[in-house]
Design a protein around this ligand. Structure first.
Ligand code: ADP
Ligand code: MG
Length: 317
């Protein structure tokens, strides 16, 4: 058996590659085939993770498998889509069976959580790099885009912010922390939970949505631009975990919440009338500001003074 055949058997044998709802044909042919129910649209997103840029190298292959799928599936959550399937393009410097098995276990773990099936991929030799493409389905015309925010809407997020950015010095081995701090932060970094159920609950309610990957400020900037509105964030209302506050202190924790990336929590705009029912249903929604006329993103302190920081988030170029 050749090395690429080995890779294919590792992934083709994974429980998440055994087909399921919507998968008419999985791994093994020239293409996979997906069934999309009448009245629904296919939502598609691709993410590439480069060793040394998006994750430390070397790193734990189980955690890498888990995280790479979570990051990709988070884009489906942000559109309000129901996951169907994903493909995996894998570039590897060498083929190590133990590494691959652990990676596939991590991938499988997250695939089961997200109820999504591996339907194909590609395998090449080179510096470690992963590209995942996810496919989901959403009722026609009901996807949550970035362009529908209106003045008067509330600006909301689906959970605590800054935890993954706070974990980075731990991931890179630059700092240590006691386990009650390190564990929750590292869990957010390595095992982000795509907010798929929340995204689906926001269909027909939220006027815009995205998942926070580059930092709240940078990503809110995308909504502001696409919707031609201004988003105002109230600094005091940012949901920050006890672990992050203990680890960084108040002001740096707020900065991590505003500018840190990798949280994969949903940010969305919501007409105020929609809020009580969603809160009543138990969704973890935090109102952090509002939409007004204008452009860009502003941050306000408790007195309403503008304290918008200069740096907005990570950019590759
Ligand atoms: P082709 O030459 O037709 O592109 P490949 O030899 O690349 O086919 O792949 C054969 C089958 O194995 C295809 O169904 C492909 O989707 C699948 N495959 C290849 N690499 C991976 C991978 N890393 N993970 C999952 N499926 C894979
Ligand atoms: Mg191929």
């Amino acid at each position: 058996m050749g090395e690429f055949e080995l890779i294919r058997t590792v992934f083709a044998a994974a429980p998440c590659a055994q087909g399921g709802e919507g998968v008419a044909l999985g791994i093994g042919d020239d293409c996979a085939l997906l069934d999309v129910p009448f009245g629904e649209q296919l939502a598609i997103s691709t993410d590439t993770l480069v060793a040394g840029v998006h994750f430390a190298d070397p790193c734990d292959p189980f955690l890498l498998g888990q995280r790479s799928l979570a990051v990709a599936a988070s884009d489906l959550a942000a559109m309000g889509a129901t996951p169907l399937a994903f493909t995996l393009a894998l570039t590897l410097p060498t083929v190590e069976a133990d590494w691959l098995q652990a990676f596939a276990r991590g991938l499988n773990h997250m695939a089961q959580r997200c109820n999504v099936r591996l339907i194909g991929g590609d395998t090449t030799r080179g510096p470690l790099c992963l590209t995942l493409t996810v496919f989901g389905r959403v009722p026609t015309g009901h996807a949550l885009t970035r362009s529908g925010a209106r003045p008067g809407d509330l600006l909301c997020v689906g959970g605590e912010l800054g935890n993954a950015a706070g974990a980075l010095p731990l991931v890179l081995g630059q700092r240590n922390a006691e386990s009650f701090i390190a564990e929750p932060l590292l869990a957010h970094y390595w095992s982000p939970q795509p907010q798929l159920a929340l995204g689906q609950a926001l269909r027909g309610k939220a006027t815009s949505a995205l998942d926070i990957s580059d930092g709240l400020l940078a990503d809110c900037g995308h909504i502001a631009q696409a919707s031609r509105v201004r988003l105002l964030i109230e600094n005091e209302r940012l949901p920050i975990s006890v672990a992050l506050q203990e680890f960084l202190g108040d002001a740096p924790a707020q900065l991590a919440a505003l500018s840190g990336g990798d949280d994969y929590v949903l940010a969305f705009t919501l007409p105020p009338v929609e809020l009580p029912t969603l809160l009543g249903d138990g969704w973890p929604i935090h109102v952090i500001g509002c939409v007004v006329e204008g452009q860009g993103v502003g941050v306000l302190d408790a007195q309403g003074q503008d304290i918008t920081p200069a740096t907005h988030g990570y950019q590759h170029f």
